[in-house]
Design a protein around this ligand. Structure first.
Ligand SMILES: Nc1nc2c(ncn2[C@@H]2O[C@H](COP(=O)(O)OP(=O)(O)OP(=O)(O)O)[C@@H](O)[C@H]2O)c(=O)[nH]1
Length: 254
C-alpha cells in the first residue's frame, strides 16, 4: 500500500499553530489548541468545555511530539493510535511535520492530544526545532531492529534538553517489538538506557498495536495530573503506571 507523507516545507519557520495542514491531518483542529481557550499549562477551564474542530468536546488539551531517527516508526505509531491501522509496505519518509488530534477519556475528563509527527531525517532538524518549545510531551522512539537509532538516543536527548521546555514530559519507546527475528536491541538495553537518563520506557509495536494506546494514555494521564494537581495529591508516577498496566494486561513482554 502506498501512502503519502506530509509536505509542510513552507511552514518550516512558522509555529505549530500556524502550520498548514493536509488531508492526513485533522486540519484546522490544530488551531484550537492555543490562544484564548487554553491556558499556558494546557488546561481548558473544566467548567467550560471546548469544542475542537474535530467536533469533539474536551476539557484540556496538550501537544505531544513524536521524535526519533528516520524510519523508527513515528508515523506508523501515530496512525495506529489514531486509526487503529498499520501502514505496511514501502516506507516514505515524512517531510517536515504533520499533526493529528485525538480526544481521550482520562478519569472522566476529556483530554485532547494534538500529536505532532516530525521528520526524522537530519535535513529537517531545523524545522522540528521550532516546534519543541510548544510541546508538553515528547515520545522519543528508536527501532529495536536498528542499532544506530538506539545509539542516537543520547544525541536526541541532548537536542531535547536544548530546545524543549524544562518540564516536558518525556518517554522513551523501543518500537517494532514485533520483529523478533530482526531485533538487535534487547529490551533490557532500552530499560538500562532509560534508567540512566531517568526517563520512563516501554517497547511498542505499531504493527501489532503493542502498548501503543498505553503510551499515549500514560502521557495524557501525567499531563492531566500535572495541570490539575492539588498540593495534597500524591504524585502520579508514569513508569509505575505503565508497569502496572503492562502487568495487569500481561501483554507486554516481546
Ligand atoms: N515490523 C514493524 N515495522 C514497522 C513498525 N512501525 C513502523 N514500521 C515500518 O517501518 C518503516 C518506517 O515507518 P515510519 O512510521 O514511516 O517511520 P518514521 O519514523 O515516521 O520515519 P520518518 O518519517 O522518515 O521520520 C515503514 O516501512 C513501516 O511499515 C512496527 O512496529 N513493526
Amino acid at each position: 500500500m502506498s501512502r503519502k507523507k506530509t509536505v509542510k516545507g513552507k511552514s518550516s519557520t512558522s509555529s505549530p499553530t500556524t502550520a498548514s495542514t493536509n488531508s492526513k491531518s485533522d486540519g484546522k483542529a490544530g488551531k484550537g489548541i492555543v490562544g484564548s481557550e487554553v491556558q499556558s499549562n494546557g488546561v481548558v477551564h473544566p467548567s467550560r468545555p471546548s469544542l475542537s474542530n474535530s467536533s469533539e468536546f474536551y476539557d484540556m488539551a496538550f501537544k505531544v511530539m513524536l521524535v526519533g531517527d528516520s524510519g523508527v516508526g513515528k508515523t506508523c505509531l501515530l496512525v495506529r493510535f489514531k486509526d487503529g491501522a498499520f501502514l505496511a509496505g514501502s516506507f516514505i519518509s515524512t517531510v517536515g511535520i504533520d499533526f493529528r488530534n485525538k480526544v481521550l477519556n482520562i478519569d472522566g475528563m476529556k483530554v485532547k492530544l494534538q500529536i505532532w509527527d516530525t521528520a526524522g531525517q537530519e535535513r529537517f532538524r531545523s524545522v522540528t526545532h521550532a516546534y519543541y518549545r510548544d510541546a508538553h510531551a515528547l515520545l522519543l522512539l528508536y527501532d529495536v531492529t536498528n542499532k544506530t537509532s538506539f545509539d542516537n538516543i543520547q544525541a536526541w536527548l541532548t537536542e531535547i534538553h536544548e530546545y524543549a521546555q524544562q518540564d516536558v514530559v518525556l518517554m522513551l519507546l523501543g518500537n517494532k517489538a514485533d520483529a523478533s527475528q530482526e531485533r538487535v536491541v534487547k529490551r533490557e538495553e532500552g530499560e538500562r538506557l532509560a534508567k540512566d537518563f531517568g526517563v520512563p520506557f516501554m517497547e511498542t509495536s505499531a504493527k501489532s498495536g503493542l502498548n501503543v494506546e498505553l503510551a499515549f494514555t500514560a502521557v495524557a494521564k501525567e499531563l492531566k495530573h500535572r495541570s490539575m494537581k492539588e498540593p495534597s495529591d500524591p504524585k502520579f508516577k508514569l513508569q509505575d503506571y505503565v508497569n502496572k498496566e503492562m502487568k495487569s494486561s500481561g501483554c507486554c513482554r516481546s
